[in-house]
Design a protein around this ligand. Structure first.
Ligand code: ZN
Length: 467
């Protein structure tokens, strides 16, 4: 049984290409680098942004159009990263400079430099190292924990995702969906829909975070007919500082991969082990779905034209579990990821042959606790995550009642992907809103987040197209 959905609000069709030419209208002497870029009015919690051109143009447009949001994102990272890594911002910038920046290729260096220049033109100061740190924020914890020889693995984000095709879906073609689990502090800012048309490579329609050149989250539809998403491998430990940053590989794969093999090759090339994920990919033209469990030492690619893969942060390969995770016990009593995996398998079986976008929306809002066999029981064990409601928390990532969980969700199918289209819901897709002040009153141990923790309202499923 899928939890009943709240009343469905009508989808709003946002055509990114038709967005008002905000950039051109707002400055007295518009910079020619802004040509073709736009930022549409916020819709159901999302900010639709269109970027196009050379790497430095794309960056400049990004920095200019999202300058206040990037500044706010940097304030959030300054608060949370320094606390998580026990290092001050200057030390963190030093690591960005010595470990990450030297391994960013020219194309993305130009884009990041462009972001800083666009922000400066909009009157907001940030330099390249701030932005490198922001881009590496999901993986730098893997490095600092390795440096500190910490026994606590870095697993900053957790998500629920599925991809299915063949006899499993209503139309026999791929359907794919993902919800993003984050601390609400950061996750409430993952509200940008990027339509990127680069000079080279494929067009991308992806959700994202202000200032990031990759989705980060990750969910993207590309003009190569690929849809790409992932869930983090929990309990993962390992990092190779000589490798290519994950944020570079993830963006490169989204932009340049022509198929599943290509995607796997790009993600593996120079793998640094940072932000280690199990990637789910749909190739809609070839009607193939795939799962790439990308450890540092152990990498497994599975693919099928008739089947499904699900993600809920559980590690899969026994060798990866033995050699690259710490503290993972295959016990659903303590490991909520396994409870969510069991729920995914139940839902897939229940909806076999009828999985479509509407089913995907319901899956991602599901509140069935498969451990206690209890419906309507939102927590860290349910596909729609509400760690803030859980007396168990989600150790070691979140303490009891940690303000974290699902912050947004996206679904698409083969026909929509071919039109560069997805539906997305900001906030929990189930209708439950998070109220920051009320939560901090009940759980003052999280008061350190007070200056920047926001409410997270639940928005309707909304259709975004980049024709
Ligand atoms: Zn929920």
């Amino acid at each position: 049984m899928v939890s009943p959905m709240r009343n469905r609000l009508p989808s709003v069709l946002i055509i990114l290409a038709a967005a008002a030419a905000f950039a051109v209208a707002c400055g007295p002497r518009p910079d020619p680098r802004l040509a073709g870029a736009s930022r549409a009015a916020s819709t159901a919690g999302w900010i639709p942004v269109r970027l196009q051109g050379s790497p430095s143009q794309i960056g400049y447009q990004h920095g200019y159009l999202l300058a206040p949001e990037i500044k706010d994102a940097l304030d959030v990272m300054r608060l949370s990263l320094t606390r998580d890594t026990k290092r001050d911002w200057a030390q963190m910038r030093g690591l960005a400079d010595s470990v990450f920046w030297p391994r960013v290729e020219a194309e993305y260096r130009q884009e990041i430099q462009g972001i800083a220049e666009g922000m400066a033109a909009a009157g907001v100061k940030a330099d390249v190292l701030d932005l490198v740190l922001l881009n590496a924020s999901m993986e730098i914890g893997y490095y600092t924990r390795a440096l500190d020889r910490s026994k606590t693995p870095a697993a900053p984000e957790r998500c629920s995702a599925f991809v299915a095709t063949g006899s499993w879906t209503r139309g026999g073609k791929p359907v794919i969906g993902h919800n993003n689990w984050s601390g609400y502090l950061e996750g409430s800012r993952a509200n940008v829909i990027f339509d990127i048309r680069p000079e080279k490579g494929h067009r991308m329609l992806m959700d994202g975070f202000p200032g990031l050149i990759h989705s980060g989250d990750d969910f993207g539809v590309t003009s190569a007919g690929l849809v790409i998403t992932e869930t983090t491998i929990s309990h993962f430990a390992g990092f190779d500082p000589a490798g290519i940053p994950e944020f570079v590989r993830a963006r490169r794969a989204m932009q340049y991969a022509a198929g599943v093999d290509d995607f796997a090759r790009i993600m593996r090339e120079g793998n640094n082990g940072g932000y280690a994920n199990t990637w789910l990919v749909a190739d809609v033209a070839r009607n193939e779905v795939a799962r790439l469990e990308l450890g540092l030492k152990h990498v497994t690619l599975d693919r099928t034209g008739d089947g499904y893969f699900v993600g809920a942060n559980f590690p899969i390969d026994p060798k990866l579990i033995a050699e690259e995770t710490t503290g993972f016990k295959a016990d659903p009593a303590t490991e909520g990821t396994l409870v969510r995996k069991a729920r995914w398998d139940e839902l897939m079986a229940e909806r076999k042959g009828t999985i479509d976008v509407a089913a995907g929306e319901a899956f991602l809002a599901d509140h069935y606790d498969a451990y206690e066999r209890k419906p309507d029981s939102p927590s860290e064990r349910t596909l729609c995550g509400h760690v803030d409601l859980s007396p168990r928390g989600m150790k070691p990532w979140q303490d009891e009642f940690g303000p974290a969980g699902t912050v947004q969700a996206k679904v698409t199918d083969a026909a929509m992907a071919q039109r560069m289209e997805m539906v997305a819901a900001f906030g929990h897709p189930c209708g439950i809103a998070f109220k920051a002040a009320e939560h901090l009153r009940k759980h003052p141990q999280f008061d350190w987040q007070k200056p920047l923790l926001r409410d997270l309202p639940s928005g309707p499923w909304t259709r975004f197209t980049a024709p």
